[in-house]
Design a protein around this ligand. Structure first.
Ligand SMILES: [Zn+2]
Length: 586
């Protein structure tokens, strides 16, 4: 069933790969498709190595592999083999976001919210993920998704590129393009997919297939003249030019990145194509996949015979897709994330070799940046529905589902709201943890004003004002004897409906956009290899746990040269060469 992989394998593999392939022969000789990789599926031992004085990409790769192998051995998860892998990425889906979303989901259903469990909260295995990047304490979506997809931590803003080059340095990034799980799957003859509610060229989906030292180069119009002269190619072009058969499925927003400058958008009169190179990437994709189907609205997607569709490209909005809250108002009709997930799996599961799929709930992050808890929770609930749809369409005996976030946000719970208090409402409960014996009621702040359970440490929800200390920075201790000196500065919410979808929760630090947070996020897992997700993992170990429990991916990793003769991952991350080869071939 290795239809295209040999050409793709050459494209992904470095020049010195032939010798490495010979060295890996002992691992890679299993000939029959069914047996392929079976010998490598037993538990492996990857001894940890000393941390070098500088953190190199090679060290991150090996350290991640060692952490994955150790977590797997502790859980006795060795030998579990996945055929299919689905990574669900809730962008910015922090632990408070999950907790608030499950409370809202339960309250909407008329049942107890606090004990309600979203689909993935019912998974049997979970771990914490440390999200810092090589250069940032609080990370962005580009470097974090690169860690998840390549097994190597890198800098903020980098997509599928190691920490070595400077940001925006196209020439310096050449040779530093790290092979992603999706590329590995394609080389191994598996089907591949990426589905998102953002532009399909946005940081998270781009990190499944693309390589650039600048996340903003989504369309050629965004590239610097130097980057263009040096041959760098925007993410929309990388998606369509992807080697081999290309991605089997790609769905999301971002049509204007694919259409030539000035070209009319089929849905919105105000949107036009943005490409300066004149390429119509939709037309090119359609020509390259004569049996494939391109759709841009719900009606067209619904009309497809997906079980007999070999490739699928869906671009449902000129830019990001709508929030779930606005989706049904879209004139042309837009599928939900759950509908896209089911459609993608129906196409992907035609391949007996299995598939790799990434599904992003991308607008959880956007709503949090906007300081709007309602949409963030609503998007998280829609994301959980997509996970449920994937469970319904797959078999847990052969499909590993991993649900995680790239980074946190600053939204948090405040006060002591009583059990069952509306999660988007004002705190009704005890004033402090010290008067638990009293009858709960209105729980005002120190100025006598009500406040909401959910709030932000930064962002547009800042309401201005000061407190009893003179203007400027405040000093500890600010509130001796638990009596706040603040008497003014907060708005009176008594007559404000804070459960309104458009209400912005208050923020401490005024910023145009609320910021990410730096603490751990969660990983939930189900299926073969899921037991290896436990403890507190570095984010790049996610790649290694997935690869070590998916025989086709693990064999491919070794065939491409990242293992020793015993099949143990070595200090040698894989570098993708197709972009360089393409440039040389011009
Ligand atoms: Zn963000």
């Amino acid at each position: 069933m290795n239809r295209l992989p040999s050409a793709l394998r050459r494209a992904l593999c470095s020049a010195g790969c032939a010798a490495l392939l010979a060295g890996c022969a002992g691992v890679a000789t299993a000939p029959a498709a069914a047996d392929r990789g079976a010998a490598t599926a037993a538990a492996i031992s990857v001894p940890a190595i000393a941390r070098p004085s500088g953190e190199t990409p090679a060290w991150w790769f090996r350290a991640g592999a060692a952490q994955a192998a150790a977590a797997s051995a502790q859980a006795q998860a060795g030998g579990q083999r996945a055929k299919n892998v689905i990574v669900f990425l809730g962008d910015g889906m922090s632990l408070p976001t999950i907790a608030a979303a499950h409370i809202l989901a339960g309250q909407r259903a008329g049942v107890d919210g606090e004990s309600y469990r979203l689909s993935f909260e019912q998974f049997p295995f979970s771990a914490l993920s440390r999200t810092y990047e090589t250069d940032q304490q609080t990370p962005d979506s580009a470097g974090t998704m690169t860690a998840i997809m390549t097994g190597v931590k890198t800098r903020a803003g980098y997509i599928g590129v190691s920490q070595v080059p400077r940001r925006d340095d196209c020439a310096g990034s050449r040779g530093q393009e790290l092979v992603t799980t999706l590329e590995l799957a394609a080389a191994a003859g598996m089907s591949t997919g990426a589905v998102t509610t953002t532009r399909i060229t946005h940081a998270t989906p781009a990190a499944t297939y693309g390589h650039l030292p600048e996340r903003n180069w989504e369309v050629d119009a965004e590239l610097t003249p130097e980057a263009k002269a040096q041959g760098c190619k925007d993410f929309a072009a990388q998606l369509v030019d992807f080697p081999g058969g290309g991605l089997t499925v790609a769905m999301g927003g971002g049509r204007t990145e694919f259409l030539p400058a000035g070209a009319a958008d089929p849905e919105h009169a105000t949107a036009v194509g943005r490409r300066l190179d004149g390429r119509n990437l939709v037309a090119e994709w359609t020509a390259r996949h004569p049996q494939g189907r391109y759709v841009w609205n719900q009606h067209q997607l619904d009309a497809l015979d997906l079980a007999h569709t070999p490739q699928l490209l869906g671009l449902f909005e000129p830019s990001h897709m709508h929030y779930e809250h606005e989706r049904l108002h879209d004139a042309a009709g837009e599928p939900s994330l759950a509908q896209m997930t089911t459609a993608a799996i129906t196409v992907l599961r035609q391949n007996p070799n299995g598939f790799f799929l990434m599904v992003e709930g991308g607008r959880i992050d956007h709503a949090l940046h906007a300081g709007n808890a309602f949409r963030a929770l609503d998007e998280t609930i829609a994301f959980a529905e997509a996970v449920k749809a994937a469970q319904a369409a797959t078999d847990p005996a052969d499909t590993l589902i991993v649900v995680t976030a790239d980074h946190s946000h600053t939204m948090t719970f405040a006060g002591y709201p009583r059990r069952g208090n509306p999660i988007l409402g004002k705190v009704q409960g005890h004033t402090s943890s010290y008067d638990e014996g009293s009858t709960p009621g209105n729980a005002p702040d120190a100025t006598g004003l009500p406040y909401t359970t959910l709030g932000f440490a930064s962002g547009p929800g800042y309401t201005g004002a000061s407190d009893r200390q003179s203007e400027g920075p405040k000093h500890y201790p600010h509130a001796p004897n638990h009596i706040s000196p603040a008497t003014q500065g907060r708005p009176n919410l008594t007559d404000v409906d804070t459960t309104d979808p458009d209400y912005l929760q208050e923020a401490t630090v005024p910023l145009k956009a609320e910021t990410h947070g730096g603490e751990d996020v969660a990983i939930f897992a189900n299926g073969p290899g899921a037991a290896a997700f436990h403890g507190e993992l570095e984010q790049n170990a996610i790649f290694h746990i997935i690869v070590q429990h998916t025989p086709r991916l693990r064999t491919e990793l070794c065939q491409l040269g990242s293992c020793n003769a015993a099949g143990v991952p070595v200090e040698r991350p894989l570098y993708s060469r197709w972009l360089q080869q393409e440039q040389q071939g011009r």
